[in-house]
Design a protein around this ligand. Structure first.
Ligand code: PLP
Length: 353
């Protein structure tokens, strides 16, 4: 990878000196600088770091109309020794280009994504909270910018990285409704890509679930609503009779989470048997009736591990005792210890800045 130095224009009015690090809400506050690159005439150019600011968009811009837009979500941490680490960003880089190809967008060269991210974070180091569970959220994204209303792949794009301090992320245990009507992803569709439309399309079913007293939905397969897939914007893991089962990604309808992949590796190292396979709602309900369904939790970058206290399938409600959880908390501790540098990073998952 090249170590090209990216030009920087410093923000003349930085917010950091007066910013209250004790009041950070996820997704609301952004740092003083951002990375920007333009795609034109078949190549990426104008890579630069500049003051975070709104920018002009032509009203006919392709991304506003047809959804050619993709993103990633990554976190940087500061440990007790003030070392800055990013958790497995190489995986996000690869997935970003998989999303780009599915949406017929240009792939981004590794140096722009990785060097751009490193140099931006280096500049914004003081924005990284060094409290347990707090982090700097990294949002790389790409948008189609052609001022043209024809439906065809845009010829111009913008790639950007913005950063926002986040957490300590306290997530209350979630009440989940098993979705039997709406669909997040279909075979042959775009479920494996992090493109904007997937998330817009989930808002209505999730809002309906919230009106009925639930926090999120457990998505099931589009064809029969028989097999479980994901919970909200997270991958999902079930503990049944001491074994961990997580839905297979083989149909392309389940996003391949970096946390999911890390969790599978860590859980196996902790001695658990982990199965990646189709898991039906019928099997879950049956296990619950037999008293074998022990835990269910979501895994993803934002909340790491999100516990589920209630899972409902129509009238059938499954409750979980939050004081009896074993696997979820053990996994959360393992992932957090690793990210904070408290245990040896034997897989080389941490990128040190
Ligand atoms: C981002 C995302 C996840 C989690 O992926 P991580 O890489 O672990 O953050 C899971 N499901 C969906 C739909 C997502 O968008």
């Amino acid at each position: 990878m090249s170590t090209i130095s990216i030009p920087v224009t410093k923000n003349a009015h930085p917010k950091l000196p007066t910013f209250n690090m004790n009041e950070i809400a996820f997704g609301k506050n952004f740092t003083d600088h951002m990375l920007v690159a333009d795609y034109e005439n078949g190549e990426w150019k104008n890579v630069e770091i500049k003051p975070y600011a709104p920018f002009e968009v032509d009203p006919s811009s392709a991304m506003l109309h047809y959804g050619q837009t993709i993103f990633e979500g990554i976190k940087a941490f500061k440990n007790d020794k003030e070392d800055v680490v990013i958790f497995r960003p190489d995986q996000n880089f690869k997935r970003f280009n998989i999303s780009a190809e599915r949406m017929e967008m240009p792939t981004i060269p590794e140096w722009i994504f990785m060097e751009g991210m490193k140099q931006l974070i280096n500049l914004e180091k003081d924005w990284i909270p060094n409290k347990p569970d707090a982090s700097l959220y990294i949002r790389p994204f790409m948008i189609a910018t052609d001022p043209f209303l024809g439906v065809r792949p845009s010829l111009t794009y913008k790639f950007m990285i913005i950063l926002g301090p986040s957490g300590p992320y306290f997530a209350a245990p979630m009440k989940i409704y098993i979705e039997q009507h709406y669909t997040r992803a279909t075979p042959g569709g775009v479920g494996f890509a992090k493109n904007g439309g997937n998330y817009g399309a989930s808002l209505h079913p999730v809002t309906l679930a919230q009106k009925n007293g639930y926090d999120q939905v457990l998505w099931t397969d589009a064809l029969e609503h028989k097999f479980v897939e994901e919970v909200g914007m997270m991958n999902v893991m079930f503990v049944i009779d001491g074994k961990i089962i997580t839905p297979t990604v083989e149909r392309g309808t389940v996003l391949k989470g970096v946390t999911r992949d890390s969790a599978i590796t860590l859980l196996r190292e902790m001695g658990y048997e982990v199965e990646e396979r189709f898991l039906s709602v019928a099997e879950i309900v049956d296990a619950h009736k037999k008293g074998l369904f022990q835990e269910v939790f979501g895994v993803g970058t934002a909340a790491v591990v999100s516990y589920i206290s209630k899972l409902a399938h129509g009238e059938y409600v499954m409750d979980f005792d939050m004081n009896a959880l074993i696997v979820g908390p053990a996994l959360k501790k393992q992932l957090n210890d690793l990210r904070m540098g408290n245990i040896v990073d034997k897989h080389n998952w941490l990128l040190h800045i």
